[in-house]
Design a protein around this ligand. Structure first.
Ligand code: NAD
Ligand code: AHE
Ligand code: ZN
Length: 369
């Protein structure tokens, strides 16, 4: 079949909308019609050419929601008509990583996914006979996409598809980082570095966890109003201070925060976030994705004196067994996704979404097919 898709032909070039050939689902795969998709910083990061796993030409997009249109042989868990969220971290109950019970990092199809291919080592996308790579196993910037059955989470049909795309990455990543990685307790102090959608979801998660103080940090003060509305108690712009930001936060909190989160992808800020933590127990969770060749460093003394550095992908959320429950929480009014959606546009306007995110003007742009 043909599908309308935004093709990333090479790094740092605008995406081109065109009709692409898509092969139907093979055994264990499903065909999904994406209804809405939103733009995450990670798509922009890969387009920048700094992602060591970025392969071109490809169809980007990993934050979306859609409807199952067709299923391949042996698919049993979804049927046409089901509403699903594509998962860039699948959940295969037979995967040893999942069976360990210790992680959400399912490894069943990780190798081929990183190569931009389906589990059988081929791509379903092509353009005039030329292979186009998948991206993060999801490629939601195509109206129709093919995914392994283990990479779709079936959600309730009550969830409005016009808004649910942000449940594909931003919300579970930030909230999950608070709940599953840091395990923030009531009364904790929290610092959030980077107030994009991920940082905002950390704030929302920290409020829900009962944090007593939530310090939002961003170099773009345009982000402060939303962060405050979501529950940040303090807002700090590092450029307003001559001291390093970690010194500012340690002074503000009388020794450092209990939990910090880096949601930017800058290794210097990852260090600052660790060093903003309280001696003896402060824990820093890295969420931001840094470019190829980047490394983090600090004085080992920071760790010897009780601070902890950790990271998380997709907030530690297991997509098939836990994400549907988070969607239910949203629908039950435990939190709202509305604040994340600053822009709505058509899929044809996708390059505008990149511009808005790049300029720091959007939290999430939701694109409607
Ligand atoms: P975003 O671009 O919307 O937000 C980043 C924010 O960081 C912006 O508000 C920007 O002003 C701020 N910022 C930039 N430099 C700064 C600095 N030096 N100090 C303070 N603030 C600064 O991005 P996003 O979509 O929220 O994603 C954030 C990061 O999280 C990205 O690196 C993304 O790739 C990553 N991410 C990781 C996961 C995961 O599973 N680990 C999931 C989603 C996104
Ligand atoms: N390909 C990059 C790493 C990118 C990365 O860390 N991706 C996150 C999700 S970001 C979503 O917005 C992730 O899931 N990581 C776990 C995994 O297995 O990829 C690189 O550096 O090679
Ligand atoms: Zn993302």
């Amino acid at each position: 079949m043909k599908t309308r898709a935004a093709i990333a032909w090479e790094p740092n070039m605008p995406l081109e909308i065109d009709l692409v050939d898509l092969e139907g689902p093979k055994e264990g795969e499903v065909l999904v019609r994406i209804v809405t998709t939103s733009l995450c910083h990670t798509d922009m990061f890969t387009l920048s050419g700094h992602d060591p796993e970025g392969r071109f030409p490809c169809i980007l997009g990993h934050e979306g929601v859609g409807i199952v249109e067709d299923v391949g042989k042996s698919v049993t868990s979804v049927v046409p008509g089901d509403h699903v969220i594509p998962l860039y971290i699948p959940e295969d109950p037979n995967c040893p990583m999942i069976r360990s019970g210790k992680t959400n990092l399912c490894s069943t199809i990780r190798e081929t996914q990183a190569l931009g291919l389906m589990p059988d080592g081929t791509s379903r996308f092509s353009y005039k006979g030329r292979q186009i790579f998948h991206y993060m196993g999801t490629s939601t910037f195509s109206e129709y996409t093919v995914l392994p059955e283990i990479a779709v989470a079936k959600i309730t049909k009550d969830a409005p598809l016009a808004k649910a795309s942000v449940m594909g990455c931003a919300v579970p990543t930030g909230m999950g980082a608070v709940r599953n990685a840091a395990k923030v307790e009531p009364g904790s102090t929290v610092a959030v570095f980077g107030l994009g959608a991920i940082g905002m979801a950390v704030i929302q998660g920290a409020v829900m966890a009962g944090a007593s103080r939530i310090i939002g940090v961003d170099t773009n003060p345009a982000k402060f109003l939303l962060a405050k509305n979501l529950g940040a108690t303090d807002l700090v712009n590092p450029t307003d201070h001559t001291d390093p930001i970690q010194k500012v936060i340690v002074e503000m909190t009388g020794g450092g925060v209990d939990y910090s989160f880096e949601a930017i992808g800058r290794v210097d800020v990852m260090r600052a976030a660790l060093e903003s933590c309280h001696k003896g127990w402060g824990e820093c969770t890295v969420i931001g994705v840094a470019g190829a060749g980047e490394e983090i460093s600090t004085r080992p003394f920071q760790l010897i004196t009780g601070r902890v550095w950790r990271g998380t992908a997709f907030g530690g959320v297991k997509g098939r067994s836990q994400l549907p429950g988070m969607v239910d929480e949203w629908l039950a009014g435990k939190f709202s996704v509305d604040p994340y959606i600053t822009h709505n546009m058509t899929h044809n306007q996708i390059n505008k979404a990149f511009d808005l995110l790049h300029r720091g003007e959007a939290i999430r742009s939701v694109m409607h097919y």
